[in-house]
Design a protein around this ligand. Structure first.
Ligand code: IPD
Ligand code: CA
Ligand code: CA
Ligand code: CA
Length: 270
């Protein structure tokens, strides 16, 4: 079985693990601040993915939100970038609207992207240059919808910061309306389904966006940072994704802003 098919089976199996585990007691802790939660289920699911991947492919490397691969500093060979639960706040508060997200890279080049909406049992998947699918059905290519006719997904908490909010507010005001679903991976999935036309985040990590950017890339969506640069695999950054027309319209709001540029670079070095 190739890496792609193995990954598809694995992510569904990990989803079943979460479904079972969440019916039992689990501990909730906070990380960087009281609103940044992590549960035993996040950690155990990452460990589950890690163990299964290495059992099958001992030479592969894994980067995960909950600590695996912290010392990886190059992109040689096969690297799995995994978010065991994207949308932990939804997991804790709602018991749904969270996903497992995986991006696989070979020598730094995209190989496949996988997002599993555990409670809906929907698998979004794409192998690079082979189209993107929701379960067995092919997803459609991006339509060029302009900002004023579009729903745009954001993370409001990050965008409310004074130093960053002006361009984001301008874009939000121009859009048809704004949505915030609490899982970047599921927002990429909505983009893939054409339910929203763009998403914008001031800060995400590779495990939040690699699976989604590979899947939506197959459908003609463009994903870069706020200045139009390709996204890194080993550090955090801002993320703008959308159909090519809306992407360039949004990026146009950021390219001139020098002070934001400085803040952006300092913020993402942290
Ligand atoms: C978070 C979600 C959320 C985004 C945050 C991420 P997590 O991931 O993707 O939508 O706004 O920035 O950290 O912590 O739930 O895996
Ligand atoms: Ca988290
Ligand atoms: Ca995440
Ligand atoms: Ca997570």
């Amino acid at each position: 079985m190739d890496i792609y098919n193995f990954g598809k089976e694995l992510i569904v199996e990990a989803g079943r693990f979460i479904e079972t585990r969440m019916t039992q007691n689990f501990q909730i802790d906070s990380k960087s601040n009281p609103n940044d939660l992590v549960t035993d289920v996040d950690k155990e699911t990452e460990q589950f993915l890690y163990a299964r991947i290495l059992e099958r492919f001992p030479e592969h490397r894994i980067i995960g939100e909950e600590g695996h691969g912290e010392n990886i500093s190059d992109t040689d060979g096969v690297i799995w970038i995994v978010d065991p639960i994207d949308g932990t706040l939804n997991f804790v508060h709602q018991g749904e609207n969270f996903a497992i997200s995986i991006g696989v890279f070979i020598d730094g080049e995209p190989y496949c992207g996988l997002i599993y909406d555990c409670m809906k049992r929907d698998l979004y998947h794409a192998k690079y240059k082979s189209g993107a699918f929701l379960n067995e059905s092919a997803l459609h290519q991006a339509e060029n919808v302009p900002l004023n006719q579009s729903l745009v997904a954001v993370n409001p908490k990050r965008i409310l910061r004074e130093a960053t909010r002006d361009p984001f507010f301008e874009i939000m005001a121009k859009s048809r309306s704004v949505r915030s679903y609490g899982s970047a991976a599921l927002e990429f999935a909505m983009l893939a389904k054409g339910q929203i036309s763009a998403l914008m985040f001031f800060k995400l990590h590779p495990w939040d966006y690699t699976g989604g950017s590979i899947i939506t890339g197959e459908l003609g969506y463009k994903t870069t940072d706020i200045y139009g640069k390709d996204l890194p695999l080993l550090s955090s950054t801002s993320v703008i994704s959308g159909n090519p027309e809306i992407h360039s319209e949004i990026i146009g709001h950021f390219t001139e802003d020098k002070s934001l540029h400085e803040f952006h670079d300092a913020f993402h070095d942290l």
